[in-house]
Each structure stands twice: as structure tokens, then as C-alpha cells.
Design a protein around this ligand. Structure first.
Ligand SMILES: [Zn+2]
Length: 370
């Protein structure tokens, strides 16, 4: 009870949504709360139920809403890398993750956006199957399984990108599912979807989106459904040595202003997404949020947080990971090598990193879930 009172008090928005997975109108309400409150939500990539629970735990403790997303290969892992039919593993892995979150999110008392990460053209059949399953779920419950999907055709010519995204959004809109698109390309590599990025050059000009392209995409796609845009402003997937990537968030500001002026909208009409933000300076992140970024992807840093804590535990108890019983004392090591002991350390590491993200993005204490 104290928690929900606190949420009400701290929330900068008057509107609220039920705790649990938010889709359709509730998803829009959450986007508006982010815009009105000038904050963003981390979108954490998950690859197991352990990761999901760590993210939900962090969100609950920080009273922040959160975005949980899975990539194609993350979904494949969730479904089981031992499954020979990799397409089925990625489809049912994503569905398994979605159902896991639908079953548990409400108990954590926050709003959760469910999303799928980068899908390029060869991965459209993956989305096709997820949409089919969402349609069935929608028939039964009146709601889709996922809040939104991403279609990343940024490597293709702009018109081909926009045309295919328009077709996709026409299919998603009746099911109350949003679409995230990418304009301009995020450098670096993530899950096999990578783009040319010269680590030793400051001349990565293809990493910057043109505001005119954003306007063109928005005019065509925004009337069709719930649209969010990942625009590139020098961001790069992964962590590289500092100094060779220059973030230019003013590209986001210029894009917002061009759309606002041309279409005579309110302030910050675009819902923007920040990919490849690992290692970014905090003031650049906050600047990007002030220009309408509501979602910041978080993957590399949480992967490291998980691995780092597990590694520390294993190094501290090395013998227990080599022998079932202590060779010197005869004491059983079961309590130490039990996966619940060391996976839990990883979960706590992830939760800590995600909580840090809530602070940086300004969403701490601002859950609009009731
Ligand atoms: Zn990305």
C-alpha cells in the first residue's frame, strides 16, 4: 500500500495504468507520461527467465516502469540453443518469454512494455509468426502478446524501408501493437545485425540520421499506428574505446523541430529511441531525453553486470566448482555450486545496473502503475 501511495505522489502524470504488461491505449499513456515527465525507460535485453526476473526486481524496487525486449538470437536462446529448428526456437522462445512476463509482471507492481529488438528483412518471417500468435491471443483476451516490435531496415534505401514498415504497421495497428523503425544506422554489431563502423575513424558520417528522412518517415507512418523511431546520432552498439564516437543529440532536436514546424504539432511529436548508448556521457543521455527519447536500450552493460558478479563468486569459491565435496574437510559444496547460488549473484548484478539506469534516465519513482 505504501508503495502505491508513493507512486501516486511521485508520478508527474495524472494518468495511470494497471500493473503488468501494457499494450495499446495503456502503452500510449505510458509514452505520454514519459514525454510529460521528461524521462525515459531502459529497454533491457533478456535471454533467460533469470534475466527477466532481475529486471522486474529492479523495476519494482525503484518504482519505475520498464521495457523488456528480446532479440531474435536472444529468443532462440530462450527457446533453447539445442533445438535444431532454429526458427521454431526463436518463435517459441519469444512467446515463452512473453508469457513469463505476462504471468509475473503484475506481481511486481509496475508497468512493463514487451518488445522485440532488431529484425532485418531476413527476420520478417520471425515477426510474421509472432504476429500470428498475438492475433490469436488478441482474439481470446482483447490484447496482443507484445506491446511493440522493431523492424530495422536501415541498411536499405529509405523508400524501401518506409514502404515495408508501412505494410507492417498496417498489420500491427488492428492488434494494438506498436512499431519501432530505424533511420540512419547504428554502428557496431549486435546479434549479427551489424553495420560498417570504423573504430579508428572520426569519419563515421553514415552514423547520422537526416532530419528530412525522419520527417518523411513520420508523415507516412504516424497516421497508420503507434510509431517510434530509432534515429542515429553517432550511437554505436557495444563498448569501444572512448573518443572515436561523437554523439550529436542535436540531430534529434532538429528532427523534432522539423516535424513540429511542418506538421504543426505539439512540442516533441516524435517518440525516439536510443540504441547503442553503452558508455555514453550522462549529460548527452539527458540531452537526448530532453529531445524526446523515451526508450534507451541496455544490453552490453547488463550482460557484463551478470557475468562480472557470477565470475567474482566462482573465483571466490573456486574449489566448490571443481569438487562436489571439499577434498580437505569433506564438507559438501552443494549450497555453493547450486545454480541458484551463483545465478542469483548475476541477477543482483543486473538489478543493480538497471537501477542505475532508472536514476540516469529519470524514471526512478515515476511508475504510473496502480
Ligand atoms: Zn540496437
Amino acid at each position: 500500500m505504501a508503495v502505491s501511495l508513493m507512486n501516486k505522489h511521485l508520478s508527474s502524470s495524472n494518468s495511470s495504468v494497471p500493473a503488468g504488461v501494457v499494450t495499446g491505449a495503456d502503452y500510449r499513456t505510458l509514452l505520454e507520461a514519459c514525454r510529460a515527465g521528461g524521462y525515459a525507460l531502459p529497454a533491457v535485453n533478456v535471454t533467460s527467465s533469470s534475466m527477466v526476473n532481475a529486471v522486474l526486481e529492479a523495476a519494482s524496487q525503484s518504482h519505475s516502469d520498464v521495457i523488456i525486449q528480446v532479440s531474435h538470437s536472444g529468443a532462440r536462446f530462450y527457446g533453447g540453443n539445442g533445438l535444431e529448428n532454429t526458427h521454431n526456437a526463436a518463435v517459441f522462445g519469444a512467446l515463452s518469454m512473453a508469457h513469463h512476463v505476462h504471468l509475473l509482471a503484475q506481481s511486481y507492481g509496475v508497468a512493463v512494455v514487451l518488445h522485440t529488438d532488431h529484425a532485418n528483412r531476413p527476420l520478417i518471417p520471425w515477426l510474421d509468426d509472432l504476429i500470428t500468435h498475438s492475433a490469436r491471443h488478441h482474439e481470446r483476451t482483447g490484447r496482443p502478446l507484445f506491446s511493440s516490435h522493431m523492424l530495422d531496415l536501415s541498411a536499405e534505401p529509405l523508400d524501401a524501408n518506409i514502404d515495408t514498415c508501412a505494410d507492417m504497421l498496417k498489420r500491427l495497428a488492428p492488434l494494438d501493437i506498436g512499431l519501432e523503425i530505424e533511420l540512419g544506422i547504428t554502428g557496431g554489431e549486435e546479434d549479427g545485425i551489424g553495420h560498417e563502423f570504423d573504430e579508428d575513424s572520426t569519419e563515421n558520417s553514415h552514423l547520422y540520421t537526416q532530419p528530412e528522412d525522419v520527417l518523411k518517415a513520420w508523415q507516412r507512418l504516424n497516421p497508420l499506428g503507434m510509431l517510434s523511431i530509432a534515429a542515429s546520432f553517432g550511437n554505436v552498439h557495444g563498448v569501444y574505446k572512448p573518443g572515436n564516437v561523437k554523439l550529436h543529440p542535436e540531430i534529434l532536436k532538429d528532427s523534432q523541430e522539423l516535424v513540429q514546424k511542418t506538421a504543426k504539432t505539439d512540442h516533441n511529436p516524435l517518440h525516439l529511441v536510443f540504441h547503442g548508448g553503452s558508455g555514453s556521457e550522462i549529460d548527452k543521455i539527458r540531452q537526448a531525453i530532453s529531445y524526446g527519447v523515451f526508450k534507451m536500450n541496455l544490453d552490453t552493460d547488463t550482460q557484463f553486470a551478470y557475468a562480472h558478479k557470477v565470475a567474482a563468486f566462482i573465483m571466490e569459491h573456486q574449489e566448490a566448482f571443481e569438487h562436489q565435496i571439499c577434498p580437505k574437510t569433506g564438507k559438501p559444496f552443494k549450497k555453493i555450486y547450486d545454480p541458484r547460488a551463483w545465478l542469483r549473484k548475476g541477477e543482483l548484478g543486473v538489478a543493480e545496473r538497471v537501477k542505475e539506469s532508472f536514476e540516469i534516465l529519470g524514471s526512478h519513482g515515476k511508475s504510473i502503475a496502480r
